[in-house]
Design a protein around this ligand. Structure first.
Ligand code: PRX
Length: 655
């Protein structure tokens, strides 16, 4: 977004004057009470960490802030699988449901209690151990939304083996890039995953990735799709052969005593270069941060049914389908498939069936439901819902209001939660029962979090002003670095403004001190709540043998937030064609994954460049947005951009 367009958008947002004060009945029962914001930062985290987590050995100091590295709960020992599972069974909650799992095929359901989960985790951990996975072994995980995915994460946590879960929609190249970066020795995957009524061959992708990832010496394959798959004797093992015959007795596999700062997992995310960064999350801080935020922000009570409708392949799923809810002994819903299979009311059937009381999803999904129309939600009893949440991108006030009216029956608070892969936990958010809600604003920093908006020179802007969002103090679940790349860590987050965490988002703070998030200020796009870097897509395009050059930018899209537009010059002065466009889009899907497919490709004999040969992306963004062109005087050849404009009468492509 150009500055001018950004300013226009924010002015429109700030003109949003609808207010939703807390309802007294909600406030009276809310987990967060008014004094929460007055609590001292250290007292807050110390009290919460002791109340919410079971420690094998207490920590000696709360945190250490050796800029830009924070450590939390130093000297403490604990195990995440014990905290998420065993202790609840020990406390008499064995019969409580941990997951209502709903497969994509209709009537394919599993109810997994905490006692069941304990047995399943112990079995998997025993099986993994026999295969050679031990404390410190690096493991890749490439699965769909099946119960064995959280089971795998918890089993690895029990053993103390750090992992990276790679979203099932990523390509073999993306998967192998991550396996290589983390030097994974094992891969846990499945034969096929359900996707809109069809089986998607995950194992084929995994096979191709393993060809390119020589450190992987064994794979465990869950049977889910029943599809025919390739098999490499000696390397590949069926999940049922590895796991089924193992003991489910917790004493057969006692949880490892992990250090507070031991690596828990890596989550790869796009930055401003072609190579995704492995964001490091450690044990205690992540567990404390996710469980505390889950408790207060979602106001979770023992009888709630919580549904975070994200995919576990992203940070939202790690924090709020697996670790936060399980640590709080919550009953969650987990759904395997797409919202419109077999029909567009599938989600509302699920809410009705399990009496979901708290629903957490992304604005892009809300807008999809809006497009389909309110009749699908209206055809089900959604009266169990008492709180709604949103995450992943700025939510436009219309979507916020629609969500509250048509899903929340006009009764429920909506919490717009701002955070990132790097932050591990929600950082800016309303607290239901306390905060006066403003559609489109994520409102206030979570207690103990200090956020600010800086201008270009690092000065805090006065109320109403816009600038760059920064976080001034450390928080428990913050990233501990970029795996294998300390320089990039320093450069990306700590060099723009010394001493504070540079978020990469634009923001404004209004007169009441509420934050309005404005999207990325770097070369990162946000498509349907997924982060994709322009340069990643450009590299995928120039990887095609016929592409000479490519420039990529995001344009606003009413459904997906942003859509990807690519400007491509073919080799040998060749002209583009609709077939070539399809071929290139498929190529990007093959290299990165379908989520990175450009919505449009504009073929052009030349890209607009400065005299020193730098591509002027700003002008391409103007073209993509169909705006008047900005300053073209520094262009080597000003006619180029006019020609591109003519060619760019873009017709968006679906999917
Ligand atoms: O630009 C912000 C946007 O998503 C980015 C983080 O993306 P990712 O690491 O993939 O994590 C997404 C889920 C936590 C942020 O830099 N973003 C996330 N939540 C919001 C948001 N933008 C505005 N409002 C939000 N509530």
């Amino acid at each position: 977004m150009t500055e001018e367009a950004g300013a226009r958008a924010i002015d429109a947002l700030l003109a949003e004057e609808r207010r939703y004060p807390p309802q007294p009945e909600f406030t009276a029962r809310a987990n967060a009470q008014a004094d929460i914001y007055d609590r001292n930062f250290e007292e807050f985290w110390d009290t919460e960490a002791k109340a919410r987590v079971s420690w094998l050995a207490p920590y000696d100091s709360l945190y250490e802030w050796d800029l830009p590295y924070a450590k939390w709960f130093l000297g403490g020992k604990l195990n995440i699988s014990y905290n998420c599972v065993d202790r609840h069974v020990e406390n008499g909650l064995g019969d409580k449901v941990a997951y209502y799992w709903e497969g994509e095929p209709v009537d394919d359901r599993r109810v997994i209690t905490y006692a069941d989960l304990q047995g399943l985790v112990v079995k998997a951990a025993n099986g993994f151990r026999k295969l050679g996975i031990e404390r410190g072994t690096h493991v890749g995980v490439y699965m769909g939304m099946v119960p064995e995915l959280p089971i795998t994460m918890l089993a690895l946590a029990r053993i103390g083996a750090p992992f990276t879960v790679v979203f099932g929609g990523f390509s073999p190249d993306s998967l192998s890039g991550r396996l290589n970066d983390m030097q994974c020795e094992y891969l846990i995957t499945q034969d096929g995953a359900w996707r809109r009524g069809r089986i998607f061959d995950l194992k084929k992708n995994a096979d191709e990735a393993m060809e390119m990832a020589p450190t992987v010496k064994a794979a465990v394959v869950l049977r889910r799709g029943g599809n025919e798959i390739g098999w490499q004797e000696g390397r590949d093992h069926w999940w049922h052969d590895v796991v089924e015959h193992e003991s489910d007795d917790p004493s057969s596999c006692p949880p490892e005593a992990m250090d507070a700062e031991d690596l828990f997992f890596l989550m790869y995310t796009s930055g401003t270069t072609a190579r995704p960064k492995g964001i490091m999350h450690t044990t205690a801080g992540y567990l404390v941060g996710t469980s505390v935020t889950h408790h207060y922000i979602f106001d979770v009570k023992p009888d709630d049914v919580f549904w975070c409708a994200a995919d576990i392949g992203w940070i939202t799923g790690h924090s709020y389908i697996v670790v936060g809810p399980l640590a709080n002994a919550t009953t969650s819903v987990m759904y395997e498939g797409l919202p419109d299979f077999p029909d567009r009311d599938r989600w509302w059937q699920i809410v009705e069936r399990y009496k979901v009381s708290i629903l957490y999803t992304a604005p892009t999904t809300i807008r999809t439901h809006m497009k389909w129309g309110p009749e699908y939600a209206a055809s089900h009893d959604l009266s169990s819902l008492r709180l709604l949440g949103s995450v992943g991108e700025p939510i436009n006030p219309e979507a916020w209001i629609w969500y509250r009216e048509h899903v929340g029956g006009g009764r429920t608070p909506v919490v717009d939660t701002w955070w990132q892969t790097e932050t591990g936990m929600i950082l800016i958010t309303p607290l239901p029962g306390l905060t006066t809600l403003k559609p489109g604003s994520a409102t206030k920093p979570f207690p103990g979090v200090e956020a600010a908006v800086y201008d270009d020179h690092g000065n805090e802007v006065p109320p109403g002003g816009g600038g760059y969002l920064v976080i001034k103090t450390p928080w428990p679940a913050m990233l501990r670095g970029i795996y294998g790349d300390p320089e990039r860590y320093q450069q990306t987050y700590w060099s723009r403004f010394p001493g504070v965490y540079f978020v990469g988002d634009g923001a404004r703070k209004d007169e009441d001190g509420d934050f309005w998030l404005m999207g990325r200020v770097d070369d990162v796009m946000n498509v349907s709540g997924h982060r994709i870097s322009t340069i990643e897509v450009e590299s995928a395009l120039v990887d095609h043998p016929e592409v000479a050059e490519a420039a990529v930018c995001g344009r606003n899209d009413p459904m997906t937030g942003q859509a990807i537009v690519a400007f491509v010059t073919l080799k040998g002065g060749k002209e583009g064609s609709p077939e070539k466009m399809t071929e290139l889009r498929d190529h990007v899907a093959k290299v990165i994954g379908p989520i990175a497919k450009p919505a449009n490709i504009v073929f052009t004999p030349e890209l607009p460049k400065t005299r020193s040969g730098k591509i002027m992306r700003r002008l391409l963004r103007d073209v993509a947005e169909n705006r008047a062109l900005g300053d073209t005087t520094t262009l080597a050849d000003a006619s180029v951009v006019e020609e591109i404009k003519e060619r760019a009468t873009v017709t968006p492509t679906e999917d």
